[in-house]
Every structure is written in C-alpha cells, then in structure tokens.
Design a protein around this ligand. Sequence first.
Ligand code: NAD
Length: 469
Amino acid sequence: LAADERPPSERHVSTPLGTLDAQVAGTQHAFRTGLTQPLQWRREQLEALLRLLEERAGEFHAAMEADLGKSDVETHLTEVLAVKSEVKNALKNLSRWTRDRRTPVPFIVGTARAHVQPQPLGTVLIIGPWNYPFHLLLMPLIGALAAGNSVVLKPSELAPTVSQTVARLVPEYLDREAVQVVEGGVEVTTRLLEHRFDHIFYTGNGAVGSIVMAAAARHLTPVTLELGGKSPVWVDASADLAQTAESLVWGKFSNCGQTCVAPDYVLTTPALAEPLAAEIARVTTRAFGKNPRTAKNYGRIINERHTERLAGLLGSGIPVMGGTADAAARYVAPTVLIDVAPDSAIMKDEIFGPILPILAVGDHHEAIEFINERPKPLALYAFTERPEVREDLLQRTSSGGITFNTVMTQLAVSALPFGGVGASGMGRYHGEYSVATFSHERAVLRRLPGFEPARLAKAPISRGVRRIL
Ligand code: NAD
C-alpha cells in the first residue's frame, strides 16, 4: 500500500538508530553542563511550553482528528486544556515545590542544621501511549522540566500524526539540546531502553511495562509505570440513576472507551441491572443520536486489530443497545451488555473500548469480594449515598484512586496523586507529585560549632540527661 493509503496507526516515522544515540548523548550532555538546573531556565521552558499550547493548538487538533477522529471539543478539554492548566499550576508553584526544606535536628546530634534538597535526577525518558497521545506525553514533561531534568520524549507510533507534530513543534519552542523527541515503534524503543537514563516514565499496557522495568533494572534506573487494567464501578439503589447513567456514558464512550480510567464494568444488584441499562441507553441516544456512527462527537478505534478484538467481545452478554462493529471503518457501536458471566471473555482483560458489561451481585460486600479477587484497579468508582458502603469500600479495597458519584474527574484535581498500585502501576504524578517523582530528595546535614553530644560520653551523665538520651 502507498504510505497515505495505510491506516493512520501504520504510518509512523522512525528516528534512525544512530541519530537516536546522538540525541540521548546530547540530552545527557545538556544536563551535565548544568544548563537545566537554574530555576530561571525551568521557568523559561514551562513558559515556552505554554506558548506552544496557545499558538499551535490548531495543529494538535488536526493531528488528533487524523489519528483518533477526536472532535475539537474533546481535544480541547482532554488534551490541550488539561496540559495548559498543569503548566500554569507548575509555574505558579515552581519555587515553593523546588525549594530546600529545613527539618528539625534532634538534641542528640548537637548544634547542627539539616535540610532536604530536591535535586533533578538527570536525563529522563518519557514513553507515551496512543490513547491521549499529547496529554500523556506532555503532562510528565512538565514535572520533569520543573524538577530541572533534561528529557527524551518518545511519543507513541500508533498515533503517528501527533508523534510527528510533537517532533516538529517541540524543538521550535523548547531547548533543543535538553529536550529531544525520538520517534518510532518497538525497534526504536528497544534501542532507547539500552541507554542509561536516570528515570524512565512509561505509560501504557502492563506487558510492555514489565519489558521497560526489566530493561531499567540493568542500569538500576528507577521507573514510574502508569498502567491500566479493569476499573470497576459499584452502583446501588441509593444512587441517582439518571446522574449515574450520565457519568457512565461520558466515561465509557468518550474517546470510544480508550481511556485508562474509563469505567470498565459495572457491578450492581439484580433489581438494578435492567433499569440502569435502560437509562444508559436513553442517555446514549441523547448524546450521540440514533445512529452514533454518523455523530461528529463519537470517535473511532485506534486501528483494525483493536476493532476486531473488541468485536470478539460483543458476544459476552445480551446487548441492551449497540452490539455491532465494522473493523474496516474502525467503528464499534456504544454497547451495553447484561447477563454477563464473570468468567466470560470480556471479563478477562481491560476492555479499552465502548462496551459496558453490567454484572449482578447480591450486595456491596459481594462486589468488594469480586473486586479483591482480581488485580488492583487503577480507578475504582462507586455510585452510592450510603456512608457505610463508602466506608467499606475505602477500608476493604485497594486501587490507584477511588471516586464517588462521578468518573474520571479525579484527574482534574492536580493536588491529588495520579498513579496505580499493584498491576495498575507504580509511582504517581500530577502537580507537586510530578516534581517529587523527577527529583531526588537529598539529605543535607551541617554541624555547627557549639554543643557536641560526643563530649557527653566522656562526661559523667546525670540521671535526667540519661533519660532524655
Ligand atoms: P502503545 O501501544 O502506544 O504503547 C505504549 C508505548 O510503549 C509506545 O510508545 C510504544 O512504542 C511502546 N512499546 C510498545 N511495545 C513495546 C516493546 N515491545 N518494547 C518497548 N516499547 C514498546 O499503548 P498501549 O500500551 O496500547 O496503551 C494502552 C494501555 O495503556 C491500556 O492498558 C491503558 O489502560 C494504559 N494507559 C494507562 C494510562 C495511565 O495513565 N495509567 C494512560 C493511558 C493508557
């Protein structure tokens, strides 16, 4: 096929391996010269990133439309605006987040001063995924720059237009030596992972996450792994059904369900399963019309392979709405399935598409058991007005985050850490947590002339002093 006839996800550019090696060496050199250390440099880079977002947003909108069929409104809200507000927040708090912190010194140490010095780690590698290809590459970049690191960015080859746009625009705005973009797929990433970085920040699936971690282990490089998995939802009779359905439709069908914190499946009581499914169908028709295929605000699946994978899951239950797919058009209808068995195909792996299975369990205790029998989720959602249910979920489950009576909005609160636990990842970022992720907190102690506890060892010690010691 001619290059322009191939589906977008097969059209990526690859940085030649020799160039890649030189780029890594260049970013490492930039760090060693001390270029990235001054707060002024970090501020200038963040301001330049903000200008890029303001002046060139149109190019990102076009790239997002080409790769994922994303509407302008969705790109604006979930990609451009989200990153812009994170940069503004970092600029506002930069000096506070990065300054030394005095700590008290215990009496036994004598006269001394101690503080924690946050230091940049060095050169960091950021590997992004395709589903929010712009957001998930630039959000960690903000923290890496704010902390004073040099950076190699590796966008996902499965969103090739975004990858090329990032590779073209980043050098126009940011320091060309300290921030470099490397493009390509498995071969390029494998080569990158042979280099010694000071931190690797990876977002994507767990299978590749363990490849990244194994490669990092060879150099004892620390990693942050932002992974996915199945994020469950509990709905009980105390919840407002209409509002629950609104949230689930938005969470499951925006970006066609290709969101790491999208609600994966719903657990509810047998009496609620059908009314909830009917309400979701009503809200979906209102949002995307009778034929979502022609709706401007309904996206497409990233490629044919993923569309076929999703089509294979449609038989896992009875469709209350949707239930159809067209691989060539990369289309999967917004679908709700009921009567889904816990061991059916759709309950094995993260769905990562617009199919919502609803499973019936006796009560929230059974739901908790169901959740705890499976890998720890990235997000856990519950729609309930019962405080005891909320408390049981908080005390008896573990997940990256837990959100009540809404979905996905936890990401907009930058004071909350974002990251997984267990199979859903390790490490966290956003806001001040990003700066901590890309910093080393060095312990600094300085003895001052004056009281010296060692002398006490030689002197006779009174009972009072001994008690204090
Ligand atoms: P992807 O296919 O774009 O892969 C992610 C990155 O890994 C890409 O840059 C790719 O080049 C690289 N890669 C792929 N195979 C590799 C290999 N063999 N060796 C080295 N590098 C390799 O994205 P994906 O993994 O399909 O993304 C979807 C997954 O990511 C889902 O599981 C989703 O839940 C998860 N995700 C998590 C978050 C989060 O913030 N926690 C966000 C988005 C997506």
